[in-house]
Design a protein around this ligand. Sequence first.
Ligand SMILES: [Ca+2]
Length: 445
Amino acid sequence: MKFILSSLMLAIAMTTRALGQDVLHPQPNIVYLLADDMGYADAGFMGATDTKTPNLDKLAARGTVLTSFYVLPVCSPTRAALMTGRYATHTGVYTVVRPHAHWGLPLSERTLANALGDAGYQTAIVGKWHLGEFEEAYRPTHRGFDHQYGLWFGMIDYFTHLRDGVLDWHKDDQPCEDRGYSTTLIGQEACRVIREKSPDKPLFLYVPFNAVHNPLQVPDEYMKPFGNLKKPRQTYAGMLAAMDEQVGHIIDTLAEKNLLDNTLILFSSDNGGPSPGRVTDNTPLRAGKGTVYEGGVRVCAFATWPGHIPEGKRLDAPMHGVDWYPTLVQLAGGSLENNPTLDGQNIWPVLTQNAPSPHEVILHCGSKPGEFALRQGDWKVIRHSAGQPELYNLANDISEKQDLATDQPERLKQMLTLLDQTIQANGNAPRGDTTTSGQDHADVE
Ligand SMILES: [Ca+2]
């Protein structure tokens, strides 16, 4: 029976190949859509009513929404975590990598693109890198990506692709003169990569949009449907709609290529929304980008792969961006042997079999020296770079309104000890950026 089945699979594979279609792969294609600076409650699937994200909502409904998905408080550290499966305590990427800064994701790190490439994947990054570019060796095509398109820095002008007067638009890490709104260009290139995908290899397509990061810029036509909103929220809603439209094109292209059944689609923001209440909406979470409060590190996220991941489900088990690395590499049949120590855990059983979160604790690394938080079960302790530590019970206080540090000194002490132990057990890498306090621009970039 097994022989007949495998012969049948082979026959189908050969037939589809003869027809010029994609060969059946046991390894799924992986598309990671990363939004930049999107608030926890800015999408319809997270309850937003003043924005329009129909394509993200459709995808989320066909998969599982991850309501306790954590990342780091700003851009570069989250990207480092996604690319390595390691916390900032291991990579040293605690802060944003500024344009031309003489550091980046350490070259000793094995990236997700390296690992999936080793497992036989075609790899492409279309969007924002933000992990260093001052030497060639730090650029995406030297970090495991077969193909690169988009920006190296953060915070470029959406129309001119300039940052501080310097063009930051690249193709295969060479300057690129393509004109147009960056969100549109990113979507178009992602679709091209899918259309021209190698028929012999599964695809890892990483699409880190620079939307909806500031500067808040969007063609007028996208703002018009949101005339009832005040700026800057109106502009932001337009930017979000433009990004959602490109997500729709990416999904349509996957469908045209008949790849949807064999593609795992992941979505998240890279940090919480900045200026919550004015630009973004992190309801019901406290604060936003740049902080280790929930509004800075808990982000909107989902995972979609019909037939594999439950549809229409909401999953509250705590998980972290570092988890994708081991999860995806194992799903792809890749090897973690000789990999640097991982902080991430394989969350496939959580996603597919309702297993509990594999994390005893989740560590939050802030950008400011000495700033950390730790979640254990429902409890969360925060140690700021200055001032008193705080203690919250997220089970009945998701908004972190009631600091229990004074009421529960014993638990506070225990949690702070556990925090120190966790930091020590999870690497002691020097901070990559030694030139700033980590405080500068944390809230803008
Ligand atoms: Ca960001």
